[in-house]
Design a protein around this ligand. Structure first.
Ligand code: NAG
Ligand code: NAG
Ligand code: NAG
Length: 356
């Protein structure tokens, strides 16, 4: 071997070594294994940010905002001069992509009109898991994400622009009744059984898939739940759930991906683990979110009254062998009346605020 060819081999090897990390990036990401969520940030640094999704929604900490507007879903009523393409995307999810005439949403206190791009799903191997977001640490068996981009930007540009994306999330609930409206979509799933399969489907109204009452929701600012995890998403998670039956959920689990060893396996648990809330807040136009505050307040008042009453010599009923209390004085009776009135006033005040 000449010195020159040895040199060439050395150079080629060096180039290959340098290239290896780049080609690993091409390998993409997965929900499990060596390309799993814990390591997404090595290839996609935004995945380690402080505004990541999904999150757990702690309903006791949700702030009530009665000014959050309802959405205008008028354009979800039809897919006019528009086409829908169903795809088993990289063995990660089932996704419907819209082409042609743009469909937009308005309202929802969004800073702009947003154009519909696609919707897709996240589900689990059993009903106790599957959704990406959790409510009070509880998963739903399935979560649908409807992805839109800001009308004033192209879809690609929107993805990196603050508030560039608006994603509407719907949780699912398993009920005994079959949801006929979902069959317009599910009947096509057999055509996308395998990783990467893609097929054009007969267009239908997206409005048929969402709950009739989609007015109340949770709102927070977060990210894409898959790499590159851009922190540009205005999240809306509706409080009313979509109802389907067990067999319909089963259709999602018939979709296949390719495991690390090359074997074909069902797509399940295609959700990202929970991310920290950090300094963010979740707001909601659902009065139930406020009721938790009223509840807390009422409990505090009851406890205060109890303390006052005990101070005035009432017997704590749980301590039956406590020493008999002296009879209540006139001043104690007055204190009791006053505290009850104040408590009542506070509760009525809170309820009135809730009605505004
Ligand atoms: C239908 O869509 C095509 C392609 O998006 C467009 O060129 C055409 O003008 C549209 N037709 C109508 C009637 O909107
Ligand atoms: C659901 O699947 C998860 C993940 O494998 C498992 O930990 C859990 O025990 C299962 N729950 C039920 C009810 O089967
Ligand atoms: C689905 O994907 C499989 C595996 O890649 C392929 O063999 C098959 O032809 C595809 N089917 C369709 C309808 O595209």
């Amino acid at each position: 071997m000449s010195r020159f060819s040895a040199m060439m081999i050395f150079l080629t090897a060096s180039v290959l070594l340098v290239l290896v990390p780049t080609s690993r990036a091409g390998a993409g990401w997965e929900y499990k294994g060596p390309l799993g969520p814990d390591l997404w940030h090595t290839e996609y640094p935004d995945c380690a940010g402080r505004m990541q999704s999904p999150i757990n929604i702690d309903t006791a900490k949700v702030l009530y905002d009665p000014d959050l507007q309802h959405f205008d879903f008028k354009q979800y009523k039809q897919c006019n001069n528009c086409t829908m393409e169903l795809e088993n995307v990289a063995g990660h999810t089932a996704e419907v992509v819209f082409h042609g005439q743009p469909i937009t949403i308005k309202g929802g206190s969004l800073p702009d009109e947003y154009v519909l791009d696609q919707f897709h799903f996240h589900w689990g191997e059993n009903v106790s898991l599957g959704s990406e977001h959790k409510i009070d640490m509880k998963s739903a068996p399935l979560e649908m994400h409807i992805v839109h981009h800001m009308k004033h930007f192209a879809a690609k540009e929107s993805a990196t622009h603050p508030y560039g994306l608006a994603v509407l999330g719907f949780f699912f609930e398993i009920v005994p009744e079959h949801n006929d409206k979902f069959d317009v979509l599910l009947k096509h799933f057999e055509k996308i059984s395998h990783k990467g399969n893609k097929t054009e489907i007969e267009p239908f109204a997206l409005l048929d898939l969402i709950p009739e009452d989609a007015k109340t929701y949770y709102r927070y600012f977060g990210s894409l739940t898959t790499p590159p995890c851009y922190e540009t998403v205005i999240w809306t998670l509706f409080t009313n759930k979509i109802k389907i039956d067990e067999s319909q959920l089963g259709v999602f689990r018939t979709l296949k991906t390719v495991a690390v060893g090359g074997a074909e396996v069902s797509i399940t648990n295609d959700f990202r683990p929970l991310q920290e809330l950090h300094e963010r807040n979740v707001i909601s136009n659902d009065r139930n979110a406020l009721q938790s505050v009223v509840h807390m307040l009422a409990k505090e008042i009851r406890e205060d009254i109890k303390k006052l009453q005990q101070g005035c010599g009432n017997i704590n009923p749980s301590k039956s062998n406590a020493a008999p209390a002296p009879p209540a004085s006139t001043s104690c009776v007055i204190i009791r009346c006053l505290t009850s009135l104040v408590a009542l006033g506070l509760l009525l005040g809170w309820k009135a605020v809730g009605r505004v």
